[in-house]
Write a protein that binds this ligand. Structure first.
Ligand code: C2E
Ligand code: CA
Ligand code: CA
Ligand code: CA
Length: 279
């Protein structure tokens, strides 16, 4: 039978899975999961801080394992990054996200954008531009509706190569967001060198607002910097009304967090968009 013919990976309960470098069983299960189609995409709304209207969605990968349940990306992305599976998964995610955006727009009856995480290895892969063009062509989505989220580290591994890739992306009008802004080791000089459009303030700077003064100072500084460099800012991980008001009052235009929408399955996101046109 179909089931018995397969070499099922032996999987321990999550608490017994060792540290990532020893996740042999999880790694084996990932290859199986690709064949079985266990990976899916969730979508988290990015909203206007004042109106709370959905502007776009960040695509977040999920792995729904038949017995382990939802395996968080923090567990499987690092493995995929190490063994190269991220290139396959990332290419699939980019294409699927672009196709999904079309359906979101049809329901919302307005333009939206889709923001996709690109890992360092994916960004440096020779085929990356091909993958990007394929996703845009297949979905017939315009480049300006795509935001690619990369970290400071991704740019710094090989800045000369990064510059070449980013200029190719600019030709396609795809925008670049710096993910987890402020948590890397790089200097700010790269903001001058590279064509960047969006800064995403990391959740660690938002979490303890409005009480935490240092976090507040950092958010203010980022907002000020962004204003002068003509960049958009998305505050990540906004969970409370107080945080939203604090940020909105300081000119933060976009918010992403559990307060305004958790990562959700595509059909749930569609329902939210459906509701918004009747609101
Ligand atoms: P990230 O890109 O920084 O994504 C934001 C993470 O914060 C997501 O975790 C999201 O669910 C979570 N989050 C959003 N709002 C809130 C909030 O209000 N409170 C809290 N506590 N958390 C919030 P998630 O989905 O577990 O993803 C974790 C990381 O895995 C991502 O961090 C990203 O680095 C990576 N990842 C996820 N999907 C992909 C993907 O398709 N490709 C790549 N290369 N990496 C991905
Ligand atoms: Ca991200
Ligand atoms: Ca982030
Ligand atoms: Ca993060």
């Amino acid at each position: 039978a179909k089931e018995t013919g397969k070499a099922r990976a032996v999987i321990h309960s999550p608490s017994h899975i060792g540290p990532p470098q020893h996740d042999i069983s999880l790694e084996a299960a990932m290859f199986q999961a690709v064949r079985e189609g266990e990976f899916l995409l969730y979508y988290q709304p990015i909203v206007d801080a004042r109106t709370r209207a959905i502007q776009g969605f960040e695509t977040l990968m999920r792995w729904k394992h038949p017995t382990l349940g939802m395996v968080p990306p923090a567990r499987f992305i690092p493995i995929a990054e190490t063994n190269g599976l991220i290139n396959l998964l990332g290419a699939w995610a980019l294409k699927a996200a672009c196709v999904q955006l079309k359906q979101f727009e049809d329901v919302a009856r307005r333009n939206l954008y889709i923001s996709v995480n690109i890992s360092p290895r994916q960004f440096r892969n020779d085929k990356f531009l091909e993958v990007l063009d394929d996703a845009l062509a297949f979905s017939s989505m315009r480049g300006e509706q795509l935001v690619l989220e990369i970290t400071e580290g991704t740019l710094m591994i090989d800045p000369v190569h990064a510059e070449a890739i980013l200029s190719k992306m600019a030709e396609r009008k795809a925008r670049i967001a710096i993910d987890d802004f402020g948590t890397g080791y790089s200097s700010l000089a790269y903001l001058k060198r590279f064509p960047i459009s969006v800064l995403k303030i990391d959740r660690t700077f938002i979490r303890d607002l409005p009480a935490a003064q240092k976090d507040g100072a950092i958010c203010n500084a980022v907002l000020d910097l962004a204003k002068h460099l003509d960049l958009s800012v998305v505050a990540e991980g906004v969970e409370t009304e107080e945080q939203l008001h604090y940020l909105a009052a300081r000119g933060c235009q976009y918010i992403q967090g559990y307060l305004t929408g958790k990562p959700m399955a595509a059909n749930v996101a569609l329902a939210a968009l459906e509701d918004s046109i009747h609101a």
